[in-house]
Design a protein around this ligand. Structure first.
Ligand code: UDP
Length: 381
Protein backbone atom coordinates (compact mmCIF):
# COMPACT_ATOMS: atom_id res chain seq x y z
CA UNK A 1 0.00 0.00 0.00
CA UNK A 2 1.35 3.40 -1.02
CA UNK A 3 0.80 6.17 1.51
CA UNK A 4 1.22 9.92 1.20
CA UNK A 5 1.79 11.25 4.73
CA UNK A 6 1.29 14.97 5.33
CA UNK A 7 2.60 17.03 8.25
CA UNK A 8 2.71 20.81 8.64
CA UNK A 9 5.76 21.02 10.85
CA UNK A 10 9.43 21.50 10.07
CA UNK A 11 10.29 20.75 13.69
CA UNK A 12 10.03 17.46 15.55
CA UNK A 13 7.28 17.68 18.19
CA UNK A 14 5.60 14.59 19.59
CA UNK A 15 3.29 14.15 16.57
CA UNK A 16 6.26 14.23 14.21
CA UNK A 17 8.32 11.73 16.24
CA UNK A 18 5.30 9.45 16.26
CA UNK A 19 4.97 9.78 12.48
CA UNK A 20 8.55 8.56 11.99
CA UNK A 21 7.62 5.28 13.67
CA UNK A 22 4.42 4.93 11.64
CA UNK A 23 6.05 5.72 8.29
CA UNK A 24 9.09 3.46 8.80
CA UNK A 25 7.41 0.17 7.75
CA UNK A 26 6.14 1.94 4.60
CA UNK A 27 9.46 3.56 3.70
CA UNK A 28 9.70 1.69 0.37
CA UNK A 29 6.33 2.95 -0.74
CA UNK A 30 5.56 6.24 0.93
CA UNK A 31 6.29 9.93 0.84
CA UNK A 32 6.13 12.37 3.73
CA UNK A 33 5.04 15.75 2.41
CA UNK A 34 5.94 18.63 4.74
CA UNK A 35 4.62 22.19 4.80
CA UNK A 36 7.87 23.58 6.24
CA UNK A 37 11.57 22.90 6.03
CA UNK A 38 13.63 22.11 9.11
CA UNK A 39 15.18 19.48 11.36
CA UNK A 40 12.18 17.14 11.07
CA UNK A 41 13.06 16.66 7.41
CA UNK A 42 16.60 15.70 8.39
CA UNK A 43 15.30 13.20 10.93
CA UNK A 44 13.10 11.56 8.30
CA UNK A 45 16.06 11.34 5.93
CA UNK A 46 18.20 9.77 8.66
CA UNK A 47 15.47 7.13 8.99
CA UNK A 48 15.50 6.54 5.20
CA UNK A 49 11.92 7.75 4.88
CA UNK A 50 11.26 9.58 1.59
CA UNK A 51 10.42 13.21 2.30
CA UNK A 52 9.64 16.31 0.29
CA UNK A 53 9.03 19.88 1.44
CA UNK A 54 5.87 20.87 -0.47
CA UNK A 55 5.83 24.53 0.47
CA UNK A 56 8.11 26.92 2.28
CA UNK A 57 5.44 29.60 2.73
CA UNK A 58 4.08 29.67 6.23
CA UNK A 59 0.36 28.89 6.42
CA UNK A 60 -0.98 31.73 8.50
CA UNK A 61 -3.49 29.85 10.56
CA UNK A 62 -2.79 29.65 14.27
CA UNK A 63 -4.41 27.47 16.88
CA UNK A 64 -6.49 30.51 17.89
CA UNK A 65 -7.36 31.88 14.43
CA UNK A 66 -10.61 33.64 13.54
CA UNK A 67 -12.86 33.03 10.49
CA UNK A 68 -11.44 36.05 8.63
CA UNK A 69 -7.86 34.85 9.11
CA UNK A 70 -8.97 31.39 8.02
CA UNK A 71 -10.52 32.69 4.80
CA UNK A 72 -7.49 34.85 4.04
CA UNK A 73 -5.28 31.80 4.25
CA UNK A 74 -7.50 29.90 1.78
CA UNK A 75 -6.09 31.83 -1.19
CA UNK A 76 -2.63 31.15 0.10
CA UNK A 77 -3.12 27.39 0.43
CA UNK A 78 -4.81 26.73 -2.91
CA UNK A 79 -1.55 26.03 -4.81
CA UNK A 80 -0.51 23.65 -2.04
CA UNK A 81 -3.84 21.79 -2.25
CA UNK A 82 -3.37 21.34 -6.00
CA UNK A 83 0.22 20.12 -5.53
CA UNK A 84 -0.87 17.61 -2.89
CA UNK A 85 -3.81 16.41 -5.03
CA UNK A 86 -1.44 15.82 -7.96
CA UNK A 87 1.04 13.85 -5.85
CA UNK A 88 -1.79 11.93 -4.15
CA UNK A 89 -2.82 10.37 -7.46
CA UNK A 90 0.43 8.35 -7.27
CA UNK A 91 -0.59 6.95 -3.85
CA UNK A 92 -3.43 4.81 -2.48
CA UNK A 93 -4.14 6.86 0.61
CA UNK A 94 -3.52 10.26 2.23
CA UNK A 95 -2.55 10.26 5.93
CA UNK A 96 -2.84 13.67 7.59
CA UNK A 97 -0.80 13.92 10.77
CA UNK A 98 -1.64 17.47 11.89
CA UNK A 99 -4.53 19.93 11.69
CA UNK A 100 -3.23 21.93 8.73
CA UNK A 101 -2.45 18.63 7.03
CA UNK A 102 -6.10 17.70 7.59
CA UNK A 103 -7.24 20.93 5.94
CA UNK A 104 -5.00 20.50 2.89
CA UNK A 105 -5.46 16.73 2.80
CA UNK A 106 -9.28 16.99 2.87
CA UNK A 107 -9.51 19.01 -0.33
CA UNK A 108 -6.68 17.07 -1.96
CA UNK A 109 -8.44 13.80 -1.09
CA UNK A 110 -11.62 15.13 -2.72
CA UNK A 111 -9.75 16.21 -5.88
CA UNK A 112 -7.65 13.07 -6.18
CA UNK A 113 -10.36 10.67 -5.07
CA UNK A 114 -8.11 9.08 -2.48
CA UNK A 115 -9.26 8.06 1.03
CA UNK A 116 -8.08 10.20 3.92
CA UNK A 117 -6.88 9.13 7.35
CA UNK A 118 -6.47 11.74 10.08
CA UNK A 119 -4.14 11.03 12.99
CA UNK A 120 -5.52 13.13 15.82
CA UNK A 121 -2.71 14.10 18.19
CA UNK A 122 -4.67 16.91 19.83
CA UNK A 123 -7.40 17.48 22.34
CA UNK A 124 -9.84 19.64 20.38
CA UNK A 125 -10.95 21.63 23.40
CA UNK A 126 -11.28 25.41 23.95
CA UNK A 127 -8.08 25.30 26.07
CA UNK A 128 -6.05 24.30 23.03
CA UNK A 129 -7.94 25.60 19.95
CA UNK A 130 -10.17 28.49 18.89
CA UNK A 131 -13.84 27.81 18.23
CA UNK A 132 -13.24 28.41 14.50
CA UNK A 133 -10.36 25.98 14.27
CA UNK A 134 -12.32 23.31 16.08
CA UNK A 135 -15.36 23.81 13.86
CA UNK A 136 -13.27 23.61 10.69
CA UNK A 137 -11.40 20.52 11.87
CA UNK A 138 -14.61 18.71 12.82
CA UNK A 139 -16.44 19.72 9.63
CA UNK A 140 -13.54 18.52 7.46
CA UNK A 141 -13.09 15.30 9.40
CA UNK A 142 -16.81 14.46 9.29
CA UNK A 143 -17.02 15.15 5.56
CA UNK A 144 -13.75 13.84 4.13
CA UNK A 145 -12.06 11.49 6.60
CA UNK A 146 -12.64 7.73 6.50
CA UNK A 147 -10.66 6.96 9.64
CA UNK A 148 -9.59 9.12 12.59
CA UNK A 149 -6.79 7.59 14.64
CA UNK A 150 -7.01 9.21 18.09
CA UNK A 151 -3.88 9.02 20.21
CA UNK A 152 -5.87 8.49 23.42
CA UNK A 153 -9.36 8.12 24.83
CA UNK A 154 -9.06 11.76 25.93
CA UNK A 155 -8.45 12.93 22.35
CA UNK A 156 -11.29 10.74 21.07
CA UNK A 157 -13.72 12.08 23.70
CA UNK A 158 -12.86 15.70 22.91
CA UNK A 159 -13.31 15.01 19.18
CA UNK A 160 -16.78 13.57 19.76
CA UNK A 161 -17.73 16.33 22.24
CA UNK A 162 -16.80 18.88 19.58
CA UNK A 163 -19.23 17.22 17.13
CA UNK A 164 -16.99 14.60 15.48
CA UNK A 165 -18.51 11.33 14.24
CA UNK A 166 -17.75 8.59 16.75
CA UNK A 167 -18.03 5.73 14.25
CA UNK A 168 -14.93 6.81 12.31
CA UNK A 169 -12.64 7.02 15.38
CA UNK A 170 -10.23 4.31 16.56
CA UNK A 171 -7.87 4.78 19.47
CA UNK A 172 -4.25 3.82 18.84
CA UNK A 173 -1.59 4.85 21.34
CA UNK A 174 1.90 5.94 20.23
CA UNK A 175 4.37 3.12 19.73
CA UNK A 176 7.95 2.89 21.00
CA UNK A 177 10.93 0.59 20.55
CA UNK A 178 11.55 -0.65 24.11
CA UNK A 179 15.17 -1.61 23.27
CA UNK A 180 15.99 2.04 22.57
CA UNK A 181 15.27 2.85 26.21
CA UNK A 182 17.66 0.29 27.71
CA UNK A 183 20.69 2.43 28.31
CA UNK A 184 24.19 1.22 29.21
CA UNK A 185 25.40 2.20 32.68
CA UNK A 186 28.56 3.69 31.17
CA UNK A 187 26.45 6.12 29.06
CA UNK A 188 24.54 7.23 32.14
CA UNK A 189 27.75 7.74 34.12
CA UNK A 190 29.13 9.79 31.26
CA UNK A 191 26.07 12.08 31.16
CA UNK A 192 25.94 12.47 34.94
CA UNK A 193 29.60 13.48 34.95
CA UNK A 194 29.30 15.79 31.97
CA UNK A 195 26.29 17.60 33.47
CA UNK A 196 27.73 17.51 37.01
CA UNK A 197 24.78 15.51 38.36
CA UNK A 198 26.80 13.23 40.64
CA UNK A 199 25.56 13.27 44.22
CA UNK A 200 22.37 15.10 43.23
CA UNK A 201 18.75 14.00 43.15
CA UNK A 202 17.82 14.91 39.59
CA UNK A 203 14.27 15.66 38.50
CA UNK A 204 13.98 15.76 34.70
CA UNK A 205 11.44 17.60 32.58
CA UNK A 206 11.33 16.67 28.90
CA UNK A 207 9.05 18.90 26.86
CA UNK A 208 9.23 21.82 24.53
CA UNK A 209 9.27 25.04 26.52
CA UNK A 210 5.69 26.31 26.34
CA UNK A 211 3.42 27.79 29.03
CA UNK A 212 1.00 24.86 29.04
CA UNK A 213 3.85 22.36 29.50
CA UNK A 214 4.23 23.94 32.95
CA UNK A 215 7.99 23.97 33.50
CA UNK A 216 7.37 26.84 35.96
CA UNK A 217 5.53 24.43 38.27
CA UNK A 218 8.59 22.19 38.55
CA UNK A 219 10.87 25.18 39.18
CA UNK A 220 8.54 26.30 41.99
CA UNK A 221 8.66 22.81 43.52
CA UNK A 222 12.47 22.59 43.30
CA UNK A 223 12.72 25.78 45.38
CA UNK A 224 11.20 23.82 48.29
CA UNK A 225 14.23 21.52 48.52
CA UNK A 226 17.83 21.80 49.63
CA UNK A 227 20.73 22.23 47.18
CA UNK A 228 21.15 18.52 46.39
CA UNK A 229 17.78 18.43 44.56
CA UNK A 230 18.07 19.84 41.07
CA UNK A 231 16.11 19.96 37.81
CA UNK A 232 17.10 19.52 34.20
CA UNK A 233 14.78 21.06 31.62
CA UNK A 234 15.19 19.31 28.29
CA UNK A 235 13.52 20.87 25.26
CA UNK A 236 13.34 24.11 23.36
CA UNK A 237 10.69 26.66 22.46
CA UNK A 238 9.69 24.98 19.18
CA UNK A 239 6.84 27.27 18.23
CA UNK A 240 8.03 30.76 19.18
CA UNK A 241 7.34 30.78 22.92
CA UNK A 242 10.33 33.06 23.66
CA UNK A 243 8.42 35.14 26.18
CA UNK A 244 7.82 32.05 28.32
CA UNK A 245 11.50 31.10 28.08
CA UNK A 246 12.49 34.56 29.40
CA UNK A 247 9.93 34.17 32.20
CA UNK A 248 11.41 30.81 33.20
CA UNK A 249 14.94 32.24 33.32
CA UNK A 250 13.69 35.15 35.43
CA UNK A 251 11.88 32.79 37.78
CA UNK A 252 15.10 30.80 38.23
CA UNK A 253 17.07 33.98 38.98
CA UNK A 254 14.42 35.33 41.36
CA UNK A 255 14.41 32.07 43.32
CA UNK A 256 18.21 31.92 43.35
CA UNK A 257 18.20 28.54 41.57
CA UNK A 258 20.80 29.32 38.89
CA UNK A 259 22.92 26.34 39.97
CA UNK A 260 20.00 24.00 40.44
CA UNK A 261 17.95 24.35 37.26
CA UNK A 262 19.74 23.47 34.04
CA UNK A 263 18.29 24.40 30.65
CA UNK A 264 19.64 21.83 28.20
CA UNK A 265 17.76 22.89 25.04
CA UNK A 266 16.49 20.38 22.44
CA UNK A 267 18.33 17.04 22.69
CA UNK A 268 18.25 13.83 20.71
CA UNK A 269 19.59 11.60 23.51
CA UNK A 270 16.35 11.43 25.52
CA UNK A 271 16.71 7.79 26.73
CA UNK A 272 20.21 8.50 28.06
CA UNK A 273 19.17 11.74 29.76
CA UNK A 274 16.05 10.20 31.27
CA UNK A 275 18.01 7.28 32.62
CA UNK A 276 20.39 9.77 34.25
CA UNK A 277 17.44 11.24 36.21
CA UNK A 278 16.06 10.04 39.54
CA UNK A 279 12.53 11.14 38.72
CA UNK A 280 10.85 12.37 35.54
CA UNK A 281 8.16 15.00 35.94
CA UNK A 282 5.36 16.02 33.63
CA UNK A 283 3.54 19.19 34.65
CA UNK A 284 1.19 20.16 31.82
CA UNK A 285 -1.39 22.68 32.95
CA UNK A 286 -3.91 21.69 30.23
CA UNK A 287 -4.84 18.06 29.54
CA UNK A 288 -2.07 16.27 27.62
CA UNK A 289 -3.45 14.49 24.52
CA UNK A 290 -1.12 11.52 25.05
CA UNK A 291 2.22 12.32 26.73
CA UNK A 292 5.06 10.51 24.96
CA UNK A 293 7.53 11.57 27.63
CA UNK A 294 5.54 9.70 30.26
CA UNK A 295 5.82 6.40 28.37
CA UNK A 296 9.48 7.06 27.58
CA UNK A 297 10.25 7.53 31.28
CA UNK A 298 8.42 4.29 32.07
CA UNK A 299 10.45 2.45 29.42
CA UNK A 300 13.64 3.87 30.95
CA UNK A 301 12.49 2.34 34.25
CA UNK A 302 12.35 5.73 35.89
CA UNK A 303 9.63 6.83 38.29
CA UNK A 304 7.40 9.38 36.63
CA UNK A 305 5.03 11.92 38.11
CA UNK A 306 2.44 13.41 35.74
CA UNK A 307 -0.36 15.95 35.83
CA UNK A 308 -3.63 14.08 36.33
CA UNK A 309 -5.56 14.96 33.17
CA UNK A 310 -6.05 13.89 29.56
CA UNK A 311 -3.96 10.99 28.26
CA UNK A 312 -1.75 10.85 31.37
CA UNK A 313 -4.59 9.19 33.28
CA UNK A 314 -4.67 6.40 30.70
CA UNK A 315 -0.94 5.81 31.07
CA UNK A 316 -0.42 5.98 34.82
CA UNK A 317 -2.04 4.09 37.63
CA UNK A 318 -1.20 6.19 40.72
CA UNK A 319 1.36 4.55 43.02
CA UNK A 320 1.30 1.38 40.88
CA UNK A 321 3.42 2.38 37.88
CA UNK A 322 3.95 6.09 38.56
CA UNK A 323 2.39 9.05 40.30
CA UNK A 324 -0.36 11.52 39.41
CA UNK A 325 -0.77 15.00 40.85
CA UNK A 326 -3.45 17.65 40.42
CA UNK A 327 -2.43 19.92 37.52
CA UNK A 328 -0.72 23.14 38.64
CA UNK A 329 -0.52 21.90 42.24
CA UNK A 330 3.06 22.58 43.33
CA UNK A 331 2.45 21.26 46.81
CA UNK A 332 1.43 17.81 45.58
CA UNK A 333 4.40 17.72 43.22
CA UNK A 334 6.69 18.65 46.12
CA UNK A 335 5.24 15.79 48.17
CA UNK A 336 5.90 13.27 45.40
CA UNK A 337 9.46 14.49 44.88
CA UNK A 338 9.97 14.17 48.62
CA UNK A 339 8.50 10.68 48.65
CA UNK A 340 10.83 9.56 45.86
CA UNK A 341 13.79 11.15 47.62
CA UNK A 342 12.99 9.34 50.89
CA UNK A 343 11.83 5.91 49.62
CA UNK A 344 14.17 4.76 46.87
CA UNK A 345 13.20 1.08 47.24
CA UNK A 346 9.47 1.64 46.91
CA UNK A 347 9.92 3.86 43.90
CA UNK A 348 12.34 1.40 42.28
CA UNK A 349 9.63 -1.25 42.35
CA UNK A 350 7.08 1.21 40.90
CA UNK A 351 9.52 2.03 38.10
CA UNK A 352 10.04 -1.68 37.39
CA UNK A 353 6.29 -2.21 37.06
CA UNK A 354 6.17 0.85 34.81
CA UNK A 355 8.73 -0.61 32.40
CA UNK A 356 6.83 -3.92 32.23
CA UNK A 357 3.48 -2.20 31.62
CA UNK A 358 4.86 0.18 29.01
CA UNK A 359 6.70 -2.58 27.15
CA UNK A 360 3.49 -4.63 26.97
CA UNK A 361 1.20 -1.78 25.96
CA UNK A 362 3.24 0.44 23.66
CA UNK A 363 5.57 -1.80 21.64
CA UNK A 364 5.79 -0.15 18.22
CA UNK A 365 5.42 -3.48 16.41
CA UNK A 366 1.96 -4.05 17.92
CA UNK A 367 0.97 -0.44 17.50
CA UNK A 368 1.92 -0.42 13.82
CA UNK A 369 -0.04 -3.62 13.28
CA UNK A 370 -3.11 -1.94 14.76
CA UNK A 371 -2.72 1.02 12.42
CA UNK A 372 -2.23 -1.22 9.39
CA UNK A 373 -5.34 -3.25 10.32
CA UNK A 374 -7.47 -0.12 10.62
CA UNK A 375 -6.18 1.23 7.31
CA UNK A 376 -6.79 -2.09 5.57
CA UNK A 377 -10.34 -2.22 6.83
CA UNK A 378 -11.21 1.18 5.35
CA UNK A 379 -9.52 0.16 2.08
CA UNK A 380 -11.63 -3.00 2.01
CA UNK A 381 -8.48 -5.20 2.12
N1 UDP B 1 11.78 15.47 22.90
C1 UDP B 1 13.01 15.39 22.26
N2 UDP B 1 13.98 16.29 22.60
C2 UDP B 1 13.78 17.25 23.53
C3 UDP B 1 12.52 17.33 24.17
C4 UDP B 1 11.53 16.42 23.84
O1 UDP B 1 13.24 14.54 21.40
O2 UDP B 1 14.70 18.01 23.79
C5 UDP B 1 10.75 14.49 22.55
C6 UDP B 1 10.26 13.65 23.71
O3 UDP B 1 11.17 12.61 23.97
C7 UDP B 1 8.91 13.18 23.20
C8 UDP B 1 8.44 14.33 22.32
O4 UDP B 1 9.58 15.17 22.10
O5 UDP B 1 9.05 12.00 22.41
C9 UDP B 1 7.36 15.16 22.95
O6 UDP B 1 6.17 14.46 22.87
P1 UDP B 1 5.00 14.68 23.94
O7 UDP B 1 3.87 13.78 23.56
O8 UDP B 1 5.51 14.50 25.32
O9 UDP B 1 4.62 16.22 23.76
P2 UDP B 1 4.22 17.09 22.44
O10 UDP B 1 5.48 17.71 21.91
O11 UDP B 1 3.60 16.15 21.46
O12 UDP B 1 3.25 18.11 22.97
Amino acid sequence: MKILFLDQSGKPGGAELCLIDIAKPYRQDCLVGLFADGSFKTLLEENQIPVKVLTRKEIEVRKKSSVVQGLRSLGQILPLILTVAKIAREYDLIYANTQKALAIGSLASFLSNRPLVYHLHDILSPEHFSETNRRIAIALANKFVSLVIANSQASKDAFIDAGGKSEIVKIVYNGFEPAKYKVEKSEVNHIRQELELDGKFVVGHFSRLAPWKGQHILIEAIANFPDNVIAILVGDALFGEQEYVSKLHKQVRDLGLENRVKFLGFRDDIPQLMTACDLVSHTSTSPEPFGRVIVEAMLCQKPVVAAKAGGAIELIDHEVNGFLTTPENTQELTQIINKCLKNPEQIASIAKTARQNATERFDVININQQITQHIKSIMGL
